[in-house]
Design a protein around this ligand. Structure first.
Ligand code: FAD
Length: 380
């Protein structure tokens, strides 16, 4: 069954729930062995998921932000790493379709490739810049030579590096000092992946380093110019909180199932009936409900807004990300308290969720920047 053959969001969500069950069955082994989830990504491609955000004008489904987030949340219930990985690709294509700021023929050609299964991601972070959202300039450079761009540099945190077909690399143009993004195909000479990803969180994202040594690309590879730290409001980045919400949901589901089954001989029945356990389950439910409402009401606002309203939504988009990722930490913590010491077993999925949700703090925008933006917006 393909996503493209389904007419409603509900049907597509049901299909994703099925795929996600398989992802969950693989997540423990992938995490333990630090493997990239190749099979999950292959199945997402084969199901047609990876082209759902292609604009209708290029033959895609152009799903709404709300539906995209819901599908991403479902993926993350099965495997957080798979969700975060594919979320970048899906969200970037969605955002490019909305902003329409690339040369039309370049984006159209990319969309044609995406419909055949091609994957892309932004490669913005460098060891020297830290989080690029804070305004650090890339050290990676581009210079013009006989009608071609020659790119040199190194990127860190290149999520999905093992399977990317296109790397959208930020670089400073040597002559002008301007900053641009360059769309670089995987088979370019001088492009290498250094398998540096040793994070204990989101182990399956394959977020390795990317090396570019005299990589030669065509003139039209320069797809956009921008100012670091000033990219504007980005609804698509809500795939990040959707991912961590999905992981938190998986933790609550695990804790409830555990509590239904666990029956120590100090009580008759299972611990699910105990007030101290129900207190924690209720607290988890409150966090999930509160943040899910927040996430989807802001997504709906984005879906229904015009460009001007969207451009003013940065503080609330950041607030959603902050609220959801921090709530996810709380939910996983509560789930682990329900399961007790077993939650710390290497075989228990809760310890994976515990590590994975920590990564949310270090995806953009960072909490201190959001609080600053909210303060500025309140003062204004
Ligand atoms: C799982 C995962 C996947 C990722 N995938 C991608 C990807 O696909 N593409 C990509 O480009 N990036 C990706 N990233 C990178 C991410 O966007 C950040 O750039 C990266 O995590 C570094 O953020 P940081 O806050 O730790 O680093 P830094 O910016 O170095 O910050 C470290 C600490 O220094 C302080 N600090 C640094 N600079 C300032 C400042 N100017 N003002 C105030 N405080 C400051 C802060 O306290 C901060 O906590 C990924 C990260 C993770 C964890």
């Amino acid at each position: 069954m393909k996503f493209q053959d389904l007419n409603t969001a509900e049907e597509r969500i049901q299909l994703m729930e099925k795929l996600s069950e398989t992802f969950l069955s693989r997540a423990g082994k992938n995490d333990e062995e630090g493997l990239f989830p190749f099979e999950n990504i292959k199945e997402l491609k084969e199901s047609g998921y990876t082209s759902l955000t292609v604009p209708k004008r290029y033959g895609g489904k152009e799903i709404s932000l709300s539906e995209f987030l819901c599908l991403q949340e479902k993926i993350a219930e099965g495997d957080g790493s798979t969700a975060l990985s594919i979320g970048w690709h899906m969200g970037i294509i969605k955002s490019l379709g909305e902003k329409n700021n690339w040369e039309e023929s370049v984006f159209k050609d990319l969309c044609e490739e995406v419909k055949k299964g091609a994957l892309m991601n932004n490669c913005a972070t460098e060891p020297q810049t830290g989080s690029p959202t804070r305004g650090g300039k890339p050290v990676t450079s581009a210079r013009k030579e006989e009608g071609f761009w020659i790119i040199n540099g190194r990127k860190s945190f290149t999520t999905m590096a093992p399977v990317l077909d296109y790397f959208n690399v930020s670089a400073v143009i040597e002559d002008s000092g301007e900053i641009g993004n360059f769309l670089i195909p995987r088979n370019s000479q001088g492009l290498e992946i250094d398998e540096t990803w040793d994070s204990i969180a989101m182990r399956g994202t394959g977020s390795h380093d990317l090396f570019l040594k005299n990589v030669r690309v065509k003139e039209e590879a320069l797809v956009e110019l921008f100012q670091p730290g000033k990219k504007g409001a980005a609804g698509w980045l809500l795939h990040i909180p959707a991912c961590y919400l999905g992981i938190a949901q998986a933790a609550q589901t695990y804790a409830i199932n555990f509590a239904k089954d666990y029956s120590p001989n100090s009580i008759s029945g299972a611990i699910i009936d105990l007030p101290n356990v129900q207190q924690k389950i209720g607290e988890m439910e409150l966090e999930l409900m509160r943040t899910r409402h927040f996430l989807y009401s802001v997504a709906k606002k984005w879906d229904e807004a015009n460009d001007e309203t969207r451009s003013m939504m940065q503080p609330e988009l950041g607030a959603v990300k902050l609220a959801v990722t921090n709530a996810a930490l709380t939910v996983v913590d509560l789930a682990m308290r329900v399961a007790g010491a077993r939650s710390l077993s290497a075989k228990n999925p809760l310890q994976r969720y515990y590590r994975d949700v920590r990564a949310g703090l270090h995806n953009p925008p960072m909490d201190d920047m959001t609080i600053q933006a909210l303060a500025k917006s309140a003062i204004k």
